[in-house]
Design a protein around this ligand. Structure first.
Ligand code: 0R9
Length: 635
């Protein structure tokens, strides 16, 4: 797939100062997501080597000092002197921004995840980094710190085999919290192992004494089995298709009797939870294939006028993995998680032709699938009248916003924010603290319904949910219309206590089940109101700190031992004065808000079902299983 590298293929561009000055521009932020992005950047270089057929094993090690190592058994990064810099290729790649290889548009290489940045950015943002290359019979080692080489590359002992190992310690000056999460890393490694069949990925954690390996000879077919988790498939044999030419595409799909659908898409082995051109092509491709097939076979049953994309999606579980050349990659959206490359247009005809051919060749499976879809179409037709009625009512209601909503004056969707707050008292203080130009407030009364357990009827007649849906503007279910969204950000702002967390969880469950597109597209946020205000010292040396948990408070008090302290616990948002509420949770310049994502939809679905669903036994066994992980139980 790729020829071999010569050092001339590397294009050298700029130094690394801009990365340290504005890290967020390169890794999307300096919070947990940005921190883990560093790992993905290095990991993806090893995965690329595996995708190019030169590497069969990757090891990821979490060290006691907070550092992390990634090691592959690929060809090893070239170590010769680079003609443009006079430095070796490792130093050239690790110390220059956008010093990529010819894989920039020639091989399946993303040069470091969706942000397209790579090893140099990780080096720039690391307190220390060690790169070890086994190549030409020797080990070659070079150390770096904050983007600068500490010594020239050293050729050390004679070794067998080839490979690259990169160890780095994120810079604590850049990352306020620099502890890696083994759960986040495990999930990513497992997904990579599914996507690259036969690649063995090992994860170890020195502190916890953990060592786990992921190896899936069946690749995405194994991934599909894992996703359906034992739910019976409509047709026992999933449809699998692989195409390798100018684009590379691999997909697998099957239908279950569930009504929900799960489509996981990837570009160059990186998740695209926001979908995009490849996913649209895939959806259109299978819908068209099924329509053609049904038309050519028996036609539509009585009373069914047509098969919609929605009918096809019901119960569908699918994995789509495409590989595009670097030059063709284009992403969009607030979080760059949506593919926008026109090159992905090829997906539709490829999928349509392959799937239609397969349906004709496998009549038993085809009958099971078409029966499933026609049943969905029939159910849809039967409920159309009822739905039209609901939609009509919703349309009338849209004209009248709920009385409790204190709307903002701006009508620009992207610039506006809706704060959902708990109760009238928090509503009152939020109204004082807001900027009425772009911030709207909706106070909800008490706990909203647990939508995971309520019937659709009950849900529709619930007053709090009605005002929420009216304020947001999109409608839900079949009536959902993204273009009617009234605010760019929807911020859930509940008290920092148990009741507040419960209400936030109920609201999140509602968004996840009934407005998932808003979560997927990054519109839903959680505000993080502080729990305590702590005044440290007195007179000119007074410092005010806001803390968000009891643990954080205890740590701060320990550190401030001997100083004069005044501690104020906020019982609720309603108790905060407008200035405090403004600076801690509402003012974009100083607040702390958390964007909710759908990183792993399968896992989210499972957890929501377990914790919020009707099956008490499931919840009980989950709590029993996780009881040891609970540090702080507040009941
Ligand atoms: C532990 C993380 N792994 C890496 O960062 C890594 C980069 C890398 C690589 C090549 C092989 N393995 C790698 N691991 C490689 C080698 C050759 C050609 N292309 C890629 C070759 O031997 O000809 N490289 C990534 C970029 C470069 N190498 C290059 F630009 F220096 F060539």
């Amino acid at each position: 797939m790729s020829g071999s590298y010569t050092v001339e293929d590397i294009q050298v561009l700029r130094g690394l100062d801009p990365v340290r000055k504005r890290p967020g521009m390169y890794i999307g932020g300096t919070g947990q997501e940005g921190l883990h992005q560093l790992v993905w950047e290095i990991l993806d270089n090893s995965v690329d080597e595996a995708l190019n057929g030169h590497c069969s094993s990757i090891k990821v090690m979490l060290y006691r000092d907070g550092g992390i190592g990634v090691e592959d058994n690929g060809r090893g990064i070239p170590v010769e002197k680079h003609p443009a810099t006079g430095k070796n290729s490792v130093e050239t790649i690790f110390c220059n921004l956008h010093a990529g290889g010819k894989f920039d548009d020639d091989a399946y290489k993303v040069a470091g995840g969706l942000h397209g940045v790579g090893a140099s950015v990780v080096n720039a943002l690391s307190e220390s980094m060690i790169v070890e290359v086994k190549r030409d019979g020797f080990r070659h080692v070079q150390n770096f710190s904050r983007g600068k080489a500490l010594f020239p590359m050293r050729k050390t002992e004679v070794v067998k085999g080839t490979g690259t190992k990169v160890i780095f310690l994120p810079d604590h000056e850049i990352f306020p919290e620099s502890t890696f999460s083994i759960d986040i890393i495990r999930e990513r490694l497992r997904t990579k192992a599914f996507l690259v069949a036969g690649l063995k990925i090992t994860l170890s954690d020195e502190t916890e004494g953990i060592k786990e390996s992921f190896l899936y000879p069946g690749g995405i077919t194994d991934f599909l089995q894992d996703l359906v988790r034992g739910r019976p498939l409509i047709d026992s044999q999933p449809f699998y298709y692989k195409y390798e030419n100018d684009v590379r595409l691999e997909m697998v799909m099957a239908w279950t009797s569930d009504t929900s659908s799960r489509i996981l898409s990837f570009v160059n082995s990186i998740p695209t939870p926001g979908g995009g051109t490849h996913e649209t092509g895939f959806r259109n491709g299978i819908t068209r294939a099924l329509r053609n097939y049904i038309e050519k076979r028996n036609g539509l049953p009585k009373g069914v006028k047509g098969v919609s994309a929605e009918d096809v999606r019901e119960g569908l579980v699918a994995i789509l993995s495409v590989y595009l050349h670097g030059g063709n990659l284009e992403f969009q959206g607030q979080t760059k998680e949506r593919l926008n490359s026109s090159a992905a247009m090829q997906v539709e005809p490829l999928v349509r032709t392959a799937f239609e051919t397969w349906l004709h060749q496998n009549p038993t499976q085809a009958a099971a699938i078409t029966n499933r879809i026609l049943l969905a179409a029939q159910a849809r037709t039967a409920s159309r009248a009822a739905r039209d009625e609901i939609n009509r009512k919703a349309a009338t209601r849209r004209l009248t916003l709920p009385g409790k909503l204190a709307d903002c004056s701006s009508t620009s969707r992207d610039a506006t924010e809706l704060f959902i707050v708990e109760g009238d008292s928090a509503g009152g203080s939020s109204k004082q603290a807001r900027d009425r130009k772009f911030q709207a407030i909706l106070p909800l009364r008490g706990k909203i319904l647990n939508v995971e357990q309520a019937s659709l009827e009950k849900l529709k007649s619930n007053k709090e949910i009605q005002s929420l849906v009216q304020s947001i503007g999109t409608g839900t279910g079949h009536a959902f219309d993204y273009s009617r969204l009234r605010y760019g950000k929807i911020v859930i702002n509940t008290d920092a206590d148990v009741d507040g967390h419960h209400i936030a969880t109920l609201l999140l469950t509602f968004f996840y089940r009934h407005l998932p597109e808003l979560v997927r597209r990054g519109h839903v946020y959680l505000a993080m109101p502080p729990l305590y205000r702590i005044r440290i010292g007195s007179g000119k040396k007074t410092a005010i700190r806001y803390v968000f948990s009891d643990e954080e408070k205890d740590r701060l008090l320990k550190r401030s031992n001997g100083k004069e302290l005044e501690i104020q616990r906020f019982k609720g948002l309603g108790e905060m004065d407008a200035a405090t509420l403004k600076s801690t949770t509402m003012d974009p310049a100083s607040r702390n808000i958390l964007r909710i994502g759908l990183g792993n939809e399968a896992k989210t679905d499972e957890i929501v079902d377990t914790l919020m669903g009707k099956d008490v036994r499931k919840r009980f066994s989950y709590i029993k299983e996780h009881a040891r992980e609970i540090k702080d139980l507040d009941i």
